[in-house]
Each structure stands twice: as C-alpha cells, then as structure tokens.
Design a protein. Structure first.
Length: 189
C-alpha cells in the first residue's frame, strides 16, 4: 500500500508541474482554433502508445469531446496500416509520416507531433516536412526536450516514458476542451 501511495504522489507532483506549461498549452490551443476557423485540418503523428493517443484525440475532434457540435477536421497519420506498411516497405519506416504529410497536408494545417524522447526519426522527419509545406507544428515531448522547427513545444515534466504519456494525454484533453469551449461558446453541453 505504501508503494501505491508513492505512485499517486509522484503523479500528483507531475501534474502540479504541468502548470509551468500553461502558456505553451494556451498557444497550442490558439493555433488549433485559428486553423479550424480557417478551414484547415489537424494531423497527428507518434509511435507506440502515443500513436494510440493520436487516434484517440483525432476522434475527439472528429466526433465530439463534451459538446454536440460540428465535426472538426483531424487525421491521425498512425491509423492506416496499409499506408504505413507500404511506405515502410517501399521507402523507410522513418518516412511513414512525412510521406503522408506530403500527400495530405496543405499550408496552414497543423501537425501535432508526439515523441516522449524527442528522438523518433519518423516524427522529426514529419516536423521537417510539415515546416517545408508551411504547417504550424505543436510538439509534445518529455522534460526539457526540443525539436527543430516546432512552433510550440510542450514538455511533460517527467523523464519516465509512461508518466510522459499520461501527462500528454491530459494535455491533449485540456487542449480539446479549450478548443471546443472557444468554438462552441453558444452551444450547450
């Protein structure tokens, strides 16, 4: 039981430290709101468990988060196995996201890229391609890590992968709520 209390305490400390990222979360939300208002779309990319979070959050934008409202354009680049395996086979696994961005993205779209380590080659190549095509880039990563080209970097205050992923999901849900609240000011729950 003492071990369980330590784990709860650690998570509580992480989420308190997350408040230090308030400005970056607010900026990311504003970028997404502007993109949706301008008819642009959101693209998500990551690996492993974070790829599942991309699918999850794209769903929150397409379906709904808390309010019944129009669908917001969002695509998880992690979800089409045929595309991913074709690109990995014909080119390289490092290209699975940048090739999709090349074909699907337009200037003014937003890439939400996630890498707990900030070292995932395919995510870094996606950021590079996104910037080349004029996209805004929001990058979620671990404690004090960066990526070239990102317009906004949101650092999860932890060095442990599972904790970073937990915090990223909370950040993404917060962003969903902020965006939905702003875009649906006159819609009831």
């Amino acid at each position: 039981m003492e071990e369980l209390l330590k784990l709860f305490k650690k998570r509580e400390e992480n989420f308190k430290l997350l408040a230090n990222q308030k400005e970056n979360i607010e900026l990311a939300s504003k970028i997404i709101i502007k993109a949706i208002n301008n008819g642009s779309k959101l693209l998500f990319c990551a690996n492993g468990g974070s790829a599942s979070d991309c699918n999850h959050i794209a769903c929150e934008f397409i379906a709904k988060f808390k309010k019944k409202r129009k669908s917001y354009p969002a695509i998880s680049l992690c979800s089409n196995n045929s595309i991913i395996t074709a690109i990995a086979n014909d080119y390289s696994f490092d290209d699975i996201f940048c090739r999709q961005i090349e074909g699907l993205a337009k200037s003014e779209d937003v890439l939400i890229a996630i890498s707990t380590s900030a070292k995932s080659k395919n995510v870094l190549k996606a950021i590079e391609q996104a910037k080349k095509q004029g996209l805004k880039v929001i990058f979620l990563t671990g404690d004090k890590k960066t990526a070239k080209g990102a317009d906004v970097i949101i650092n999860a205050p932890s060095k442990t992968t599972c904790e970073i992923q937990e915090i990223h999901l909370a950040i993404l849900h917060i962003i969903c709520e902020v965006v939905e609240n702003e875009l649906c000011k006159n819609i009831k729950k």
